[in-house]
Ligand binder design. Structure first.
Ligand SMILES: [Zn+2]
Length: 355
């Protein structure tokens, strides 16, 4: 994550407590009594109101009844453990694999929790008590001041002015971590590319390395660094005309100011360096031209206005653009090339680098 969310206080976080109650006080205490008698008033109302919920509660209760005391204890422990999202991300605890639980139990709980996310939070009683997902989404992004994806730093996020909202990513994917499907510590708004195209259902903890927790209280300031290879200079400042002459990752090298396990995981899961490289490669000619134009515009108006000044002004002026965090290090790296700077100064025209 380039940035993380500051969590906000919202009742929607408490909706998950109901499910916790269902697991701990109903299913894990399954006995000869009817499951309905174990439900609290809130769950009982939903049980009466939602046929799907009732059916599922009964079916899972039935399986739980057949479990040993240990089997129930394992279920309870796994549920609690796999909901400790921050510690799982930090790597201070490791997740409990579903295949260590009773097979019949897994067969019924996995689909239940998956459907629960889409169904449960949309029910009127839940929305009235705990709030709407969209309201929480808007409040979270407003308080954080995010209009771009905090994960990649540039992907579009829907805002209060959009129709609907961007999807909540199940940071620990439901496929591997169904127990946290309604836990808002695990639900994070990020862009579609990060969520669906890059991460998908990959188990982000499978490498055993720590990953960024999206609601962490502290987060390092990650600067993107770019190293442009001088040899490719002509290619870099002119549009690519054919596939063969396209820019390669060894010509624009993207890196980060922070190099630790979490940053490495972030890059691996979301393919960040490659995507940043692509953005730079696509925009490089326009970015270069803006410096060239800046220089041409001001060299006659400001005494001793240098090519370096033009670079600095463009970098400063555009730092708040959506891709400013990539444009700045790219132009800084170009600026270091004395050959290029000299050529712009001499020609200040379109073809600044001679073969
Ligand atoms: Zn993104």
């Amino acid at each position: 994550m380039l940035r993380v969310y500051k969590s906000i206080s919202h009742d929607i976080y408490k909706a998950h407590n109901l499910i916790e109650y269902l697991v701990n006080e109903v299913w894990c205490k399954a006995d000869k009594k009817q499951c309905k008698d174990k439900l609290n008033d809130e769950l009982k109302a939903l049980y009466e109101d939602q046929p799907w919920f009732q059916e599922q509660i009964i079916a899972i209760y039935k399986v739980c009844k057949s479990l040993t005391i240990q089997g129930k204890e394992d279920f309870k422990t796994a549920f609690a453990h796999n909901n400790r999202i921050e510690e799982l991300c930090d790597g201070t605890i490791t997740p409990i694999a579903l295949n260590t639980l009773n097979k019949d139990l897994v067969k019924v709980v996995k689909p239940f929790f998956k459907e629960l996310y889409t169904k449960f939070l949309g029910w009127k009683a839940i929305r009235e008590t705990y709030g709407e997902k969209k309201t929480y989404y808007d409040e979270l992004n407003l308080k954080n001041g995010f209009i771009d994806c905090p994960c990649c730093g540039y992907g579009d996020l829907k805002t209060i002015y959009s129709k609907g909202r961007s999807a909540f990513d199940h940071y620990l994917p439901q496929k591997h971590y169904p127990f946290s499907s309604t836990n808002f510590n695990n639900l994070v708004p990020i862009c579609t590319t990060c969520n669906s195209d890059e991460k998908g259902e990959v188990d982000i903890l499978k490498e055993g390395k720590p990953v960024y927790y999206p609601f962490a209280k502290t987060h390092p300031n990650i600067e993107v660094t770019v190293d442009v290879k001088s040899k490719a200079l002509k290619k870099l400042i002119e549009p690519t005309n054919d596939l063969k002459s396209r820019i390669t990752k060894s010509e624009i090298i993207v890196d980060f100011s922070v190099n630790d396990d979490k940053t490495e995981s972030w890059d691996k899961i979301f393919d960040i360096k490659s995507r940043y490289f692509g953005k730079i490669a696509n925009n490089r000619v326009g970015w270069f031209k803006s410096v060239d134009q800046q220089y041409k515009k001001y060299k006659g108006r400001i005494n001793n206005y240098s090519v370096e000044d033009a670079f600095d002004d463009v970098i400063e002026d555009d730092s708040n653009e959506q891709l400013g965090f990539l444009k700045a290090p790219y132009l800084k790296s170009l600026k270091l090339n004395t050959h290029l700077v000299k050529a712009i100064g001499e020609v200040s025209g379109s073809s600044v680098i001679k073969d």
